[in-house]
Design a protein around this ligand. Structure first.
Ligand code: SAH
Ligand code: MG
Length: 221
């Protein structure tokens, strides 16, 4: 089930323009192989956020084949990107794609769990992130966020993808067999947490599969 009217989505995506041919090709590869890369409308919205924020250092949790990391690199040509992927096959595919485009100087990719790898980065002094994209295991967002905040600057923008989980987060009627009960509960708790947290200011949107956009007030500890 699509969370918004199909016609609305089609209309909005009708205005989608790939940034360049390399990204267009990688997107069709990802879509062909059913890799859950960012949706077109999500990318359209990220375009605006990135143009406004102009981040110096982006942290991404969930690389998959590297589509979004590569998109960040093209969209923000001065920016350093750190991206973490747990699955070895995906990690190697991403490394391959990043290197083939000559972006491996600016996209730093790490194999492992999002939280663990962020903590390692912090321990070796890599912090000061001002833009975070959380797009990995949906039931682990809370611990990814906690780790990410520990390496973020004040006023960092944190984007959490897939928060609506095809609307299951909104209502049990979208998960009638309760197949996703645990994940759904965890995402509801996560959304509740980021919306109530005093260290974040958060706005929820139904763009794509649901986005939460938060600003870090800078009082983590
Ligand atoms: N951001 C990518 C898509 C990511 S899909 C894009 O838009 O192009 C989500 C990815 O998160 C999957 O490849 C999955 O293997 C990875 N993942 C799952 N659990 C993880 C974890 N604990 N730490 C890091 N990555 C994880
Ligand atoms: Mg996603």
């Amino acid at each position: 089930m699509n969370i918004t009217n199909d016609l609305v989505t089609e209309y909005i995506c009708g205005y989608y323009q790939p940034l360049n041919d390399q990204l267009a090709e990688l997107r069709s590869m990802g879509e062909r192989d059913h890799v859950p890369i960012i949706l077109k409308e999500t990318e359209q919205y990220l375009n605006i956020l990135l143009a406004l924020k102009r981040p110096a250092r982006i942290l991404e949790i969930g690389t998959a084949i590297g589509y979004s990391a590569i998109y960040f690199a093209y969209k923000c040509p001065q920016t350093e990107i750190y991206t973490i992927e747990k699955d070895e096959t995906a990690f190697h595919a991403a490394r391959h794609n990043i290197a083939a485009l000559g972006l491996d100087e600016r996209i730093h990719s790490y194999l492992g769990d999002g939280q663990e790898q962020v903590e390692k980065l912090r321990d070796i002094g890599i912090k000061g992130f001002d833009f975070v994209f959380i797009d990995a295991a949906k039931s682990h967002y809370r611990r990814f966020l906690e780790a990410a905040l520990s390496v973020c600057q004040k006023d960092a923008v944190i984007v959490s993808d897939n928060i609506l989980q095809r609307a299951m987060t909104v209502s049990d009627q979208y998960d009638p067999q309760k197949k996703h009960k645990t994940n759904v509960k965890k995402m509801r708790d996560y959304v509740d947490y980021i919306c109530r947290s005093r260290e974040l200011e958060t706005s929820l949107m139904s763009t794509g599969d649901g986005l939460a956009v938060s600003i870090f007030r800078g009082e983590h500890g």
